[in-house]
Ligand binder design. Structure first.
Ligand SMILES: [Zn+2]
Length: 331
């Protein structure tokens, strides 16, 4: 079974562009936004690693990780695309590194790991290249609220319809809603969307809040930094993804008022992901974000320093982790 699945996966990927994780549109847009905010030194750093001097050097690799995870060689990386927060939406949203990052790793530990590997001179060119491609992808994934939620396997098992098509809640957040908003999923569509969001960041609706998006960013503490991003994103599960619980969306057509409410969050999260990716790449390449960083406002909730405990691999798995295992690491 596994073998035929692996053989079929590339065909499925070709047949269904945008079928996985934010979809190609979301990931490519995040990459183009980042390209608009990296310094020239960072651009050179990335172009050298990727051996690509084109105007789409980050966008060209933004969805590689979603193809690689479906190969037998890359299957180990499947859990790195999410962190299954075992919180209780809509009444309580939160992410806990020790509770939620499974024994096989998660998007938070992956961001830490590949941040160190991309500058590890003992690694081969191929491994350094993979590390950069994963960073570009995972900083996108962590900004999709349902990549930071365990409930119903990140919404994958909540059946809904969208524009008359049967699908699931996870998928409409990854793909259907962004594609409906933009009207396509090509690289050109992504570039156009990125241009709009870049203008919003520079001079528009996001200009006054962008420095707060980088609050707490710390290249020496990727776990706490990425946990901040995951916590920020997970909060939208309670406020916007499932404000009235699963029963309110299950089996429903969500292309109406649900979509209208979701769109501003999707735009915001794509914009944040691109801006934070640029800052993170600037930190990696130059030691500075290259962008204005807000200090924490007085009285603002601080993201608590994350205490990383040694994992007990013998410990019993939670029902959510067992459900994820049974479902596979699809999204
Ligand atoms: Zn992914």
């Amino acid at each position: 079974m596994a073998k035929s699945l692996f053989l079929a996966a590339p065909l499925i990927l070709q047949a269904l562009p945008g079928a996985f994780a934010w979809g190609t549109l979301g990931h490519d847009t995040v990459a183009y936004i980042a390209q608009n905010f990296v310094t020239s030194a960072t651009k050179t750093f990335c172009q050298n690693i990727l051996a690509d001097t084109s105007t789409s050097y980050l966008a060209n690799v933004a969805t590689w990780a979603d193809t690689y995870r479906y190969t037998s060689e890359g299957s180990f990386s499947a859990p790195y695309h999410f962190i299954d927060a075992e919180d209780d939406p809509p009444s309580s949203c939160n992410v806990d590194y020790n509770r939620d990052c499974g024994s096989g790793g998660c998007v938070v530990s992956a961001i830490q790991n590949y941040t160190s590997r991309v500058v590890d001179t003992s690694l081969s060119t191929t491994e350094v290249q993979k590390a950069l491609k994963w960073i570009v992808h995972f900083i996108g994934d962590i900004h999709q609220p349902l990549h930071d939620e365990a409930l119903d396997i990140g919404g994958n098992t909540i059946d809904v319809t969208f524009d008359g098509t049967s699908t699931n809640l996870h998928h409409i957040w990854d793909t259907n809603m962004p594609e409906k908003l933009v009207g396509g999923y090509t690289l050109t569509d992504a570039k156009t969307w990125a241009k709009t969001l870049t203008t919003s960041i520079k001079t528009g609706a996001y200009s006054s809040q962008k420095s707060s998006w980088l609050s707490g960013i710390n290249i020496d503490d990727p776990i706490t930094t990425a946990m901040g991003w995951a916590t920020d994103s997970n909060a939208y599960v309670c406020s916007t993804v499932l404000p009235d619980g699963v029963s309110a969306v299950s089996g429903q057509e969500l292309d109406g008022s649900y979509y209208t409410t979701a769109v501003p969050v999707i735009e915001l999260q794509i914009a944040k992901a691109g801006y934070r990716l640029a800052a993170w790449l600037n930190l990696i390449a130059t030691g500075s974000t290259g962008l204005k960083v807000a200090s924490k406002p007085r009285g603002a909730p601080m993201i608590e320093a994350v205490k990383v405990m040694p994992r007990d691999f013998e410990a019993e798995m939670s029902p959510a982790k067992l459900a994820r295992m049974a479902y596979g690491h699809k999204c």
